[in-house]
Design a protein around this ligand. Sequence first.
Ligand code: ADP
Ligand code: MG
Ligand code: MG
Length: 701
Amino acid sequence: MGLLSEGNPLSWEETKKLADHVREHGINQFVNLYHRLKDRQGDILKWGDEVEYIIVKFDDEKKVARVALKAQDLLHKLNEKEHADPKGVKSLWRPEYGAYMIEGTPGKPFGGLMAHFNLVEANMRYRREEVTELLASDECVMSITNFPRLGAPNFTYPLHQPRPEDPLSSARSLYFPDEAIFPGHPRFKTLTRNIRKRRGEKVSIKLKVFKDVNTKLPVEGAPPGEPDVVLLDAMGFGMGCCCLQLTFQACNITEARRLYDQLAPLCPIMLALTAASPVYRGYLTESDCRWNVISSSVDCRTPEERGLEPLKDSKFRIAKSRYDSIDSYLSPEGAKYNDVKLTYDDDVYNRLIDGGIDHLLAQHVAHLFIRDTVSLFSEKVHQNDNEDTDHFENIQSTNWQTMRFKPPPPNSSIGWRVEFRPCEAQISDFENAAIVCFVVLLTRVILSYQLNFLTPISKVDENMQTAQKRDACRKEKFWFRKSSKSPEQRAAKQNGTASAPTTNGTAKATTNGSEEEDEPKKQPQVNGTAKMNGHSNGITNGTTNGHAHNGGVDSDHTDTDDEENELFQLLTINEIFNGKPGVFPGLVPLIRSYLQSMEVDTDTHCTIEQYLRFIQKRAAGELVTTATWIRDQVLNHPDYKQDSVVSESINYDLLKCIQRIQEGKHIEPALLGQGNHSKTKDFIPHALQKQLAKNGCCEDK
Ligand code: ADP
Ligand code: MG
Ligand code: MG
């Protein structure tokens, strides 16, 4: 969950005193790093997923499932291979907030070959098996977003009780014991304590209970006057949830800014599609997603910043928690959709401008820097701003937003990246791989077809709330841009010319050779290779192909700037993914037409097809979201008393069923249809590698 600095954490009082110091040096560090790296060009597409897992321990006799607090021990073993051979491992394991959580990523990022899409699921499966081998027979590693009885009595193994009255407790929660916080690194408890102290009280996470005929009100622990609220009071309720994230490397900073912007409006859409967490502290709630829970779980704003008291000691009113959806676009095209006033300190902004940072990036960074550091290590206080970036990363990595704009780390071969962070973790590797491959393909389509999904920030914010409602995937509508074409394409169309694909910055960057830097004379990628770093891939044929293969579905309406207001329509998830005639071709059909311009080996093609079909069916409501499925499991359980309570036995049976699904022992038609069998492999077959080499596409450069 971000920067893991080594060392000794300072007390909150010391940390607080150094807030301006961290801010000042963090800004200097950003300005310096920007100038070192702003002209960096030619990075190739690399991408990778992060899946978070929960370790569950079953007691089959008593029919109880608990979270097993053994992440530290597990990580110790899981990291052995990496220590011995850091470059050769197939997976990397990192701690997460919960003492029952681990995060797994591929050993190295995937790259620009189509064949890489066929590796993701196998790699996820490998990770699951790797952990399973280290577990006892009554334990299981699960990629579930939330443990349904997290915070309910006796939810941990070994058992620990919360200590709300103990001044030495980090969380002082009524429900979530400190022992459930990862003990192997001080960051997690330090953040817990400092967020609580900065806020001036414990965090307060409120969820409406799902009211059934026998639901007892007030819900146990409900705040006064709010009888139907399930109250959660600790950082662990949010940061103890799992998610599925993706990071992409762009060819340069311009492309990274563009991808950041284009993907931001898709965050709530993907959140609704991946909704997987309807149960909290043993209660069915009205929410299907973790997002607002995590957002409130790290809401360190003072009462003044939250607008509850007149400003006296705090500098600003702040609209959102440091964990929330993004507040501004970064690309010039996005600028006019920044319709929510950004809060920032003018002095910080001016220092960025004086440091040569442009307005959009300066306001983004200044806005991140309205937050104080909430975790500082004594060894890291004094740094060399020309080389270090820890103070910048300190603030950056504790702004947990839907998208993250990631500058290259100092002295590394890594380029400008963006991280896509909204998705909830799915039960099976198949589903998680499908989501990951879908989003990566979408980035290729966005770049190749120069699609435009920009939607005013205020509407994206609205969509974030809509996405979390019960069954939003089937029932709600989302603001969505009617035409997904760029202004250039629209202009070209209006002028009666075909879209000119390769004249803008993005395409140029590729045509100039990105990864062919070593061999500058080599021809740029032509359409139809198996490689897709190329933003030229698909571009040349892209727009024409795009629609020719689309059964005449064309998103290009006469949407000029005068008609901006009519550009945004309320669409269902089904319409967004599968298309609405005359309005939007649909994300999946757009990906399909892109794929027609690509040469894809049979197995990869089959796998991608399975993923796309799965996504289409879920979006259409033919398959349900994990959240809906979990609700149905609870509501139809023989022990369920129509009282919204997910009892020990319901929790046990639900998790046992999830275990059988993830192991492929049980096919659940509502979730996965008649079973999905991708052709995923954990390596690129030799014959294919040879063929790719012949076409000038090597696996690794
Ligand atoms: P975070 O800061 O979000 O924890 P990580 O360092 O854990 O990020 O990496 C997230 C993902 O980025 C992993 O899947 C990893 O494989 C991938 N990744 C690593 N290097 C690159 C790169 N150069 N470009 C894109 N993705 C990368
Ligand atoms: Mg990570
Ligand atoms: Mg991440």
